[in-house]
Design a protein around this ligand. Structure first.
Ligand code: ASP
Ligand code: MG
Length: 427
């Protein structure tokens, strides 16, 4: 199973290059099924087009429109492969048996019945499948899986077809210890667990679609993230036991095993502070009920100690920037009932996280992280942790300094420049 992102098939030359690559895999004796994204920025352009004709495009029609992007790339890719003398057939998500629920724009895959793909393989043809789309089981309408959803299509098909591996091709060589655009010494991670990848992706690292990793973990489908612009080995996303096995071999060979796998950052955060909340039972519940009822996902929460004199406290929380306005409106509506004083909104914050399975058994990781930040003059506004992650909220202007400091403190850097970004978008 191979999946090619939009930057790999951005134009005719890209399509031909990918076609050659697929044919080479086939010639090496493999059965190949390919999932492809829309060419270049097609999806964004189609969204712009929709917004030009309607301020609120109906979800059903928007999905119909967006799936056209992948139909173009699958057809031209099949043509290019046939031109190289190999049998290739393209299939829409629906034809490939990708069955979803009816949630337009964020449909979930509920079943994969790839009969036509199996038939194509049986006839020795290369099957090309349009990513990011399916068909609703109930309404029979065409659906999309959400932005970046082709990764999930690829893993779901790989599982249904019992593929050995799901190769995900983009314009970067794999998963790096930090974003190479702000950390030039970033190193490629050879192997990473599903759990670490999920944490990295959830903390803002733009590596793989979150749902694709969840799917791969559930069915233990190894993912090989690599570049379609080079032949280099990329990053293997595998189960934790497989990473640990390699790490203990390295230890036996007296090689250094890293505690931290990578540093992720996220600029799209905002912070809301609810000022002057009466310190009595039920207040936090009422505040977060109002936010939850507005369908907003919050991330970190901090409640200050209340001042003895006033009996008032402040509660701050972070949320995606895009939902800031909705949350402020929802909270303002309940201000009098709950009885807090005022609201503050700050969208010039960001989040920096260190992720690594090794930290659950190594003491002092947070201390080392915070010391590095303090030496770099970075002020920590909030902290949250999981078993394999420590995250801090910092001023947006200090994100870069924080990433560089953490990267250096955990000795993640390589001596030579490893990271090459071949395309432009990072997908
Ligand atoms: N073409 C879709 C997008 O740009 C899906 C994908 O690339 O995976 O979001
Ligand atoms: Mg895309």
């Amino acid at each position: 199973m191979q999946k090619y992102g939009g930057s790999s098939v951005a134009d005719a030359a890209g399509v031909k290059r990918v076609a050659q690559r697929i044919v080479n895999t086939k010639k090496a004796g493999h059965q190949v099924v390919v999932v492809v994204s829309a060419m270049g920025d097609t999806t964004d352009e189609l969204i712009d087009l929709a917004n030009e004709v309607s301020p609120l495009p109906p979800a059903r029609e928007l999905d119909m429109l967006l799936t056209a992007g992948e139909r173009i790339s699958m057809a031209v890719l099949a043509m290019a492969i046939q031109n190289l003398g190999h049998e290739a057939r393209s299939f829409t998500g629906s034809q490939a048996g990708v069955i979803t629920d009816a949630e337009h724009g964020k449909a979930k895959i509920i079943d994969v019945t790839p009969g036509r793909i199996e038939a194509a393989i049986g006839e020795d043809a290369i099957a090309i499948v349009a990513g990011f789309q399916g068909v609703s089981q109930t309404t029979k309408d065409i659906t999309t899986l959400g932005r970046g959803g082709s990764d999930t299509t690829a893993v779901a098909l790989a599982v249904a077809l019992k593929a050995d591996v799901c190769e995900i091709y983009s314009d970067v060589d794999g998963i790096f210890t930090a974003d190479p655009r702000i950390e030039p010494r970033a190193r490629k991670v050879p192997r990473i667990s599903y759990e670490e990848t999920l944490e990295m992706a959830a903390q803002g690292a733009k590596i793989l679609h979150l749902r694709c990793v969840e799917y791969a973990r559930r069915y233990d489908m190894p993912i090989h993230v690599r570049s379609s612009f080079s032949e280099k080995e990329g990053t293997w996303v595998v189960k934790a036991a497989d990473v640990a096995g390699v790490v203990s071999e390295e230890k036996e060979a007296h090689m250094e095993a890293a505690i931290i796998t990578g540093v992720a950052h996220d600029r799209s955060q905002a912070k809301i502070t609810v000022v002057g909340v009466p310190d009595k039972p039920g207040e936090a519940a009422a505040i977060f009920r109002a936010v939850a009822d507005a369908q907003i996902n919050i991330d970190m929460i901090v409640q200050n100690i209340s001042e003895a004199k006033t009996g008032l406290t402040d509660i701050s929380f972070t949320l995606p920037q895009g939902e800031g306005q909705t949350a402020m409106t929802a909270l303002d509506r309940v201000r009098e009932r709950i009885g807090f004083e005022s609201l503050q909104y700050d969208d010039s914050v960001g989040k920096v996280s260190i992720v690594g399975a090794g930290m659950s058994s190594a003491p002092g990781i947070s201390a080392r992280f915070f010391e590095a930040l303090s030496e770099a003059g970075v002020n920590i506004e909030m902290i949250s942790t999981s078993e394999i992650r420590v995250s801090v909220v910092v001023a947006e202007a200090q994100i870069e300094a924080a990433v560089n400091a953490a990267h250096a403190a955990f000795e993640l850097g390589s001596d030579e420049i490893e990271a090459v970004v071949y395309g432009g978008t990072g997908r």
